[in-house]
Design a protein. Structure first.
Length: 48
């Protein structure tokens, strides 16, 4: 989430919102590797 200027708390809140919105779970290890919006989209698509 560095591309968005997010700190660690922002990143956690964003991941939680994504999980809730798409009814998916993103493991912490995977979430830590997501540094760009494109990586978030790819992770979401892989879970759907």
């Amino acid at each position: 989430m560095r591309d968005l200027g997010a700190d660690s708390l922002d990143a956690v809140e964003l991941i939680m919102a994504i999980e809730e919105a798409f009814d998916i779970e993103i493991p912490d290890e995977e979430a830590e590797k997501m540094t760009t919006p494109a990586e978030c989209v790819t992770a979401i698509q892989a879970k759907l």
